[in-house]
Design a protein around this ligand. Structure first.
Ligand code: GDP
Length: 265
């Protein structure tokens, strides 16, 4: 058998003692008790699936002969994108936010899936499409940043505006540094296009609890006051410890219509 990273599979997480398990599966809830009493935490549990739903979602991310998960293609222009045949989700974020690490963690139960990284400056930035059996596609969008080239901006904007099968956009924000100017620009773009999106806070294992709580509360407040299209629950992840990865798999399965009923835990 192949060795999986520890905690990549729910079966591994279930062997942990209860409090550690909550921290891995529901990292946001684990932090609740450190908040000032009276803090509004209703938004922490809008999406709170039970074990059965988490397991069904995990099965989608586990390839086998009858259920291949493949990198299908990359595209620099919309007319190179594969046909919009399946429900789709896309992941965007600043360069270095942890996007490839997160996509690798999501697909870690299918180690043959190759998540490519093109980090070389000047290297053409592409959209990478992954097909998850007959169920959905996942798109790794190129990292954006300060002085993003115009053709890149145009490609991303065209994709977000035109892709008919796009069900949800996942906007990754670095958990150590919190919302930056470029993240605000991305939010403005998503709001302008009126497409639904979710914010994901990355690298939570690297942030101190104080910094993490500050960033969470700031983002919650920002989302509440300034956005229409953003899902009110923030998703926290660590691709190293696999915290939040199981919940995110389940949310992806849900928004792509592959898990219509999600019973609460
Ligand atoms: P990308 O440019 O958004 O694809 O970012 P990468 O996935 O390449 O990650 C950028 C850097 O952050 C790399 O050095 C990763 O090892 C590190 N990193 C990514 N995710 C995590 C995480 O969850 N925890 C920690 N500690 N480091 C991470």
């Amino acid at each position: 058998g192949r060795t999986l990273p520890p905690l990549a599979a729910l079966s591994q997480v279930l062997r942990l003692e209860r409090s550690r398990r909550t921290g891995i599966v529901f990292p946001l809830q684990k932090l609740e008790r450190y908040l000032v009493p009276g803090t509004d935490t209703a938004r922490f549990r809008l999406f709170q699936p039970g074990l059965a739903a988490l397991q069904r979602a995990e099965a989608l991310f586990r390839s086998d002969r009858g259920h291949p998960i493949d990198y299908v293609s990359s595209a620099v222009r919309m007319d190179h994108a594969p046909p919009p045949a399946l429900p789709e989700v896309c992941f965007i974020g600043r360069s270095n936010v942890g996007k490839s690490s997160l996509i690798r963690a999501l697909f870690s139960l299918s180690p043959e899936v190759e998540v490519r990284v093109s980090k070389t400056p000047g290297h053409t930035k592409k959209m990478n499409f992954f097909k998850v059996g007959k169920f959905f596609t996942l798109v790794d969008m190129p990292g954006y940043g300060y002085r993003a080239p115009q053709d890149f901006v145009e490609m991303v904007e065209a994709y977000l505006q035109e892709r008919r099968n796009l069900k949800r956009t996942f906007l990754l924000v670095d958990g150590v540094v919190g919302l930056q100017k470029t993240d605000h620009t991305a939010v403005e773009m998503l709001e302008e296009f009126g497409i639904p999106y979710v914010m994901v806070l990355t690298k939570i294992d690297r942030a101190s609890r104080g910094v993490l709580l500050k960033n969470i509360l700031e983002i919650q407040e920002f989302v509440k006051e300034n956005t229409q299209g953003c899902f009110p629950q923030l998703f926290l992840v660590s691709s190293v410890e696999f915290s939040g990865v199981h919940l995110l798999r389940c949310f992806v399965a849900h928004v792509t219509g592959n898990l219509p009923t999600v019973e609460a835990s």
